[in-house]
Ligand binder design. Structure first.
Ligand SMILES: C[S@@+](CC[C@H](N)C(=O)[O-])C[C@H]1O[C@@H](n2cnc3c(N)ncnc32)[C@H](O)[C@@H]1O
Length: 233
């Protein structure tokens, strides 16, 4: 068994350490699969993918069961150790080969240009540096490679915007594992140099009350085909 000091040394080195949120998310995310229709959203997010895929901030690995058989390999990066342990279990049950690895979106521990697709699912809300994370996604995709994203963020009218910004400046990130509710995933992808494909806005839950975290977007973007293969910028 690991000693207490070894455990503490380990957690001190973890770039993302949200043990309470991780325990909550592990339960709530499984319930959301059926109650909020998340399983269907994950299916839509991943449909038609093929080749080598990097999934950034894979959490407890709930996407793994939804990858099509044409995907040859998934490298799933997850910095939070409790969620990563659950992702490892999910990887063992998956029909496609999944490698789960520690790391952060801001410094993906994988080679440049190595992936046909990158999956961002409810993760841009939580990374520390969105621009840096997206520069990394651009780096690791091959030119012409695809980003599939499902993110929540800014939405609603003025009152909702105000509420979202206030939450982001106060209680939300510390309570929700670093999550923010007022980010703009589509704008950030565009600013990072991706070519936006089709995307659609949706509410989660679809027919429930509009909560600050309800405003979602599901879509596709590409690393430009003529992008310098050596870098992301
Ligand atoms: C709301 S959860 C979503 C998990 C999973 N993608 C899903 O669809 O259920 C946010 C995830 O982002 C991860 N995360 C937080 N900061 C991160 C970072 N800097 N780089 C990569 N992942 C990060 C968290 O550990 C957590 O797994």
């Amino acid at each position: 068994m690991q000693s207490r000091s070894a455990r503490l040394a380990g957690t001190a080195r973890d770039p993302v350490h949200h043990p309470v949120f991780a325990r909550y998310y592990a339960r709530a995310s499984v319930a959301a699969e059926t109650r909020l229709g998340m399983a269907a959203v994950r299916g839509r997010l991943l449909t038609g993918l093929s080749g080598r895929v990097v999934e950034v901030g894979a959490g407890n690995g709930l996407n793994f069961a939804h990858y099509p058989g044409a995907v040859s390999e998934i490298v799933a990066i997850e910095p939070e150790r409790a969620l990563r342990a659950l992702a490892l279990e999910a990887a063992l049950r998956a029909d496609v080969p999944v490698d789960v690895a520690p790391g952060t979106a801001e410094a993906l521990p994988v080679k440049s240009g190595a992936f046909d697709a990158a999956v961002l699912c409810l993760v841009l809300c939580s990374v520390r540096d969105v621009a840096r994370a997206l520069a990394e996604v651009r780096r690791v995709l091959r030119p012409g490679g695809e980003v599939r994203f499902f993110e929540h963020g800014r939405g609603g009218g003025r009152v909702m915007h105000f509420t979202q910004r206030t939450l982001d400046r106060t209680v939300w990130p510390p309570l929700a594992g670093g999550c923010h509710v007022a980010r703009d995933a589509v704008g950030a992808l565009r600013e990072a140099g991706f070519v936006l494909g089709p995307y659609r806005r949706l509410m989660m839950p679809e027919n429930g009350p509009a909560l600050p975290q309800s405003y979602c977007v599901l879509g596709t973007a590409w690393r430009p085909a003529g992008d310098d293969p050596a870098g992301g910028g």
